[in-house]
Design a protein around this ligand. Structure first.
Ligand code: FAD
Length: 441
């Protein structure tokens, strides 16, 4: 596997303090040994691969899923748990220009449907994923942003057909949303969840429906003849069709087509010990709303049902011990700046992971060009809890040549172009972060 970050980004070292792993028993699949056969083989055991596996197994298809590590080991088992709108970074005007207004409406509807899709899965498979929050709240980090929130509210209303709620600065404390904020906008769509409980719940449902799972088996070569052959260190699996569901953990050569068509970006999270009622009232943050601030380099945070506080932000550009230590200091310092009343509070859990962007600014879901029988879905731009689940479900139908059970938005059908600088494309990030930081002041 040819990957663009240092090995640390793909290691257990940046994940071992992840809070979610303490909340649920691991999945325990078997390792692939010898030669196996399946109709469809999936590479990657996150929401994309798991949703594809579940829906294929429920359709009675012989499906096997392989993960380089364990099920839910990637972003799906270590994210912030915002089951929210998103998946792309393009605004309405940009989507209209590139795809037209109808395609944009279909995409915005899919964003909403993706959230309902997850809610239905939790209900249908009786997965208790510690859900909370009535939509999500955007907090203006400077006075100037408050003035633009009204316009933003109109755009939300037009895009999603809901009435967002504007909360002026003077009313934030009444809503338990105190902090260095200048007002807020709540969009009543989405909810928070325990991301690993959700991932493993889906994996359990897929296994019960007949899907086979193999862990600790990195696919290091794809061979295509009459069938596909996926090679792993201790065995191989042959399949008629394959799904690539590796997102930010993708390699340049699995398959070669992916080279430079995705941009993994690190994101970091901390979780506090449970906070007391007094600590919550001291900070003025008592709301169960999941929230994020209006910075380009945004912070995302939420008070979880067990009263621990989760706080996340962008990660480092490098993945080495020095950079990891630096980002841990930075996230702790940003947390204390935003919530000075919690300066004394321990944060025993800090970890990071890879989200996935691309040059197109929207996900790609569909057949891999010039590789008949191979399908892929990736690049949810840091908002994949709902959208990866939706797109993985689309793949379950596409790979069977069936009409999709969920609408297949036009905007995800076009393949992303290559980013400049090849394997050195991470060098695009420092100037980008610097520019974003300037606008955030
Ligand atoms: C710190 C962080 C916070 C985030 N917060 C949020 C949030 O709050 N809300 C939200 O909507 N989104 C969030 N995201 C993004 C979201 O988690 C992802 O978009 C989503 O989980 C992607 O799912 P996936 O299945 O496509 O990929 P992943 O879950 O990353 O799974 C990919 C899997 O592929 C496996 N793999 C890779 N290569 C191979 C190979 N060659 N052979 C076998 N297996 C392989 C990996 O081991 C991995 O398990 C966050 C991400 C991170 C990292």
């Amino acid at each position: 596997m040819k990957r663009i970050y240092e090995p640390l980004a793909y290691s257990e070292d940046v994940r071992h303090d992840c809070f979610w792993s303490t909340t649920v028993a691991p999945f325990e699949g078997v390792q692939l040994q010898g030669t196996h056969q399946s109709d469809i083989a999936i590479i990657g055991g996150g929401y994309t691969g798991l949703n594809a596996a579940l829906h294929l197994a429920e359709d009675g298809v012989d499906v096997a899923l392989l993960d380089a590590q364990t099920i839910g080991w990637g972003a799906s088992g270590r994210n912030g748990g915002f089951c929210c709108l998103g998946g792309g970074i393009l605004g309405n005007a940009q989507i209209d220009k590139a795809f037209g207004t109808d395609a944009r409406h279909a995409w915005r509807t899919a964003e909403k449907d993706a959230i309902s899709h997850v809610a239905k899965l939790l209900e249908r498979h009786k997965i208790n994923a510690d859900t909370h929050s009535d939509g999500e709240t955007l907090l203006a980090h400077k006075a100037k942003r408050w003035t633009t929130l009204k316009h933003h509210a109109e755009e939300v209303s037009e895009s999603y057909g809901v009435e967002p709620i504007l909360i002026p600065k003077g009313e934030l404390s009444k809503h338990g949303l105190e902090g260095p904020f200048h007002g807020a906008l709540t969009t009543p769509i989405g909810f928070g969840l325990n991301p690993l409980k959700y991932a493993l719940g889906i994996a359990g449902a897929a296994r019960a429906a007949g899907a086979r799972f193999f862990e600790h088996c990195p696919v290091n070569r794809i061979e295509q003849g009459a069938q596909f052959s996926l090679h792993t260190p201790k065995g191989r699996i042959t399949a008629n069709r394959i799904i690539i569901a590796t997102n930010g953990y993708s390699s340049e050569d699995i398959p070669d087509w992916l080279a430079a068509r995705f941009m993994p970006v690190q994101s970091s999270v901390l979780v506090t010990r449970p906070l007391t009622d007094k600590e919550l009232t001291d900070a003025g943050w008592t709301s169960d709303q999941m929230a994020f601030d209006s910075r380009n380099l945004l912070h995302y945070f939420r008070l979880m049902p067990d009263r621990r506080f989760l706080f996340g932000m962008r990660g480092g550009i490098f993945a080495n011990a020095r950079s990891d230590a630096k980002i841990k200091r930075l996230i702790r310092s940003d947390f204390e700046q935003m919530f000075p009343a919690w300066t004394h509070v321990d944060t025993p859990h800090m970890w990071s992971g890879l989200v996935c962007m691309n040059a197109k600014g929207l996900p790609f879901t569909g057949p891999v060009p010039d590789m008949p029988g191979a399908y892929a879905s990736l690049s949810y731009h840091g908002n994949g809890v709902a959208m990866a689940s939706y797109c993985g479900t689309l793949l379950a139908d596409l790979v069977q040549d069936k009409d999709t059970r969920l609408p297949y938005p036009e905007v995800v059908q076009t393949a992303p172009t290559k980013l400049p600088f090849g394997t050195k494309r991470r060098w695009l990030l420092p100037p980008l972060y610097a520019a974003m930081g300037i606008f955030d002041r």
